[in-house]
Design a protein around this ligand. Sequence first.
Ligand SMILES: *Cc1c(COP(=O)(O)O)cnc(C)c1O
Length: 359
Amino acid sequence: MINVSKPFLPEMEEYFEYLRGIWKRNWLTNNGPLVNDLELKLKDYLDVQHLLYMTNGTIAIQIAIKALDITGEVITTPFSYVATTSSILWEGCEPVFVDIDRHTLNIDPAKIEAAITERTTGILATHVFGNPCDVEAIAAIAKKHNLKVIYDAAHCFGSKYNGRSVFEFGDVSTTSFHATKLFHTVEGGAVFTTQPAVLKQMAFLRNFGHDVNDTFAAVGINGKNSEFHAAMGLVNLKKIKELLQSRIDQTKHYDAALKSLEVEKPQFIKGAEPNYSYYPIIFKSEEALLKAMKELNDNWIYPRRYFYPSLSTLPFVGKSETPISNDISKRVLCLPMYHTLTFEEIDFVCRILLRAQNS
Ligand SMILES: *Cc1c(COP(=O)(O)O)cnc(C)c1O
């Protein structure tokens, strides 16, 4: 069986080494030494100013919304994972969908201004498949209209824009370290900001709103993560270079094997250095996608329809016009991509795709 992804697991012995330390210290959670160490090592590896390790990528988005005092309407992308939209709703805000660019699959900055009203306070956009949004155009719009910007950068571990980590853009960027992501800590996530005051607020919210003197000035939540999760992150971080390289090699292999497949692929903006963590292809029609899926499934290969459906069609959001997202989400498929996927397996997947097309 070949699944769309497979979580990376390190050598058990390496993880056990960290467990021994946890048993010795008897310190399991609440900002322990491994959490601190992971935060420092991530900061160093990613070359970012500040980050906070969190329970998961969804709480990270919610804490970012709260910390930036975002209320009312939030402009967002319909082409993302459901957590991007549900976090907006969970925080009592209203998602306003702006359609995506058909080439990058990211929110189309040219369509944002028309969606701004007096109730708009923020923009929450996703760097889809690790491909950076047009961060400069979005920053200019946000400045002009006094809006906060959050990026859901759950796919962006190792992605760069103009040589800088994609996590450094926006007022806050959030990411996920879920087991299925390129870098993971089983469950986990993080927030990034370059603004010390925002960092302080997010640290406060992560820990029930406890401030230094045990007074509670604002409503917090439990967004902390544990020593056990941090330990997995510390072990996995040692392997990150290999993981990133394997994605590049696999992407090249897919590209070469699928030359004659009639599909489109997302395009990157100038200055983008994506991490190739997914291999999305866009079929000519949903019919062609379903045919390919069936052939693959018949051979025990399980790609995923990332992202389907378009979030603008969810039953709990207001109506909006996002024809491009609605169309692309019906035609996009992510092919299997994980560290142990072999070139032979990729060739097998590709042969079936070509056969489905030509039959
Ligand atoms: C994985 C993912 C999330 C959710 O992260 P969790 O850590 O699973 O909560 C949010 N947004 C996007 C785009 C994702 O891919």
